[in-house]
Design a protein around this ligand. Structure first.
Ligand SMILES: Cc1cc2nc3c(=O)[nH]c(=O)nc-3n(C[C@H](O)[C@H](O)[C@H](O)COP(=O)(O)O)c2cc1C
Length: 276
């Protein structure tokens, strides 16, 4: 049940909701109130565009009250220039303070992350968080012990050089190649049979990275986790990644380093313009 409800005294019959529906299931006959036929309900993507676009806030769907939506005004948004500078100033952070990020902030960002786009609005992503630095330390020690054991028994192929180097680097030089000293991680996973699992995951991680860095946090994409679990799959349960899910991950925390200026890479953009 979509609970598609129009407040008839507010509806101006402008037809905007019907025009914007991506699957065209909202019908408006003449100047009548827009409706969705019961047999068409199953086609709804649940994107809530109809609720978002209604100029008078007359439309409720899925039990959502339009009054509860954040109003989209310029004051609520970064400027274009600020957004460009956020993209330019984002850095991979590989040194972190030994402190937790406030759980309320993590929760708020993950809530907002449910707004990242997913193919066909499927929204089947799972956000698995390591939300506490002590838990992260336990995981770190377990991983390093398992890697050390696997190295001894020759189970790590030579070409996985990062893993080969990780154990001596950590114990002899306090260099944390795998976890980069981060107190937290976010692993995003999606069912293998979702329409575009890898794209959905990467997009959500990219959105998370920008939100986190705008809040003064540090992040770094965690390709090392994929290398680690690809080499030693017995470690996968430690990260509670759902079965038959694809995943990718990001480390984050309060940065222990600050970059006072951006790198200079704009001239590295290879841009092609079609001239048909
Ligand atoms: C898919 C992907 C996986 C990555 N994995 C790691 C990683 O496991 N460890 C790490 O230290 N950096 C990792 N990085 C960070 C890159 O090395 C980094 O983005 C690049 O050196 C450019 O630096 P910048 O992000 O500060 O601009 C990864 C980046 C991407 C996009």
């Amino acid at each position: 049940m979509l609970n598609f409800i129009i407040n008839e005294s507010r509806c101006t019959r402008c037809g905007t909701c019907a025009q914007d529906c991506p699957v065209r299931i909202i019908q408006q006959v003449g100047r009548e109130i827009p409706r969705i036929q019961p047999e068409a309900e199953s086609q709804c993507l649940q994107c809530q565009h109809c609720l978002a676009i209604c100029p008078t806030g007359a439309l409720s769907i899925l039990g959502r009250n339009p009054e509860d939506s954040l109003r989209v005004t310029p004051e609520q948004l970064p400027t274009g220039e600020q957004m460009i500078n956020l993209v330019r100033s984002r850095r991979s952070i590989r040194r972190y303070k030994d402190e937790n990020v406030a759980p309320a902030l993590i929760e708020k960002m993950l809530g907002a992350l449910a707004n990242s786009p997913t193919a066909v609005n499927r929204r089947e992503l799972t956000f698995t968080v390591i939300g506490d630095k002590d838990r992260m330390q336990k995981i770190r020690e377990k991983v390093l012990a398992t890697v050390a054991e696997a190295l001894k028994s020759g189970r790590i192929p030579g070409q996985v050089a990062y893993l080969q180097a990780a154990v001596p680097a950590y114990y002899e030089h306090q260099a944390d190649i795998i976890f980069r000293g981060a107190p937290h991680a976010l692993i995003i996973s999606a069912p293998l049979d979702a329409p575009c699992p890898q794209e959905d995951i990467s997009l959500a991680l990219a959105y998370f990275e920008l939100m986190a860095q705008a809040h003064g946090l540090g992040t770094v994409w965690w390709g090392m986790l994929s290398i680690l679990l690809g080499t030693l799959p017995e470690l996968r349960p430690l990260f509670e990644i759902p079965e038959k899910h694809r995943y990718y991950a990001m480390l984050f925390g309060v940065p222990g380093v600050r970059y006072p200026r951006c790198v200079q890479r704009d001239d590295g953009a290879r841009v092609k313009t079609l001239r048909l």
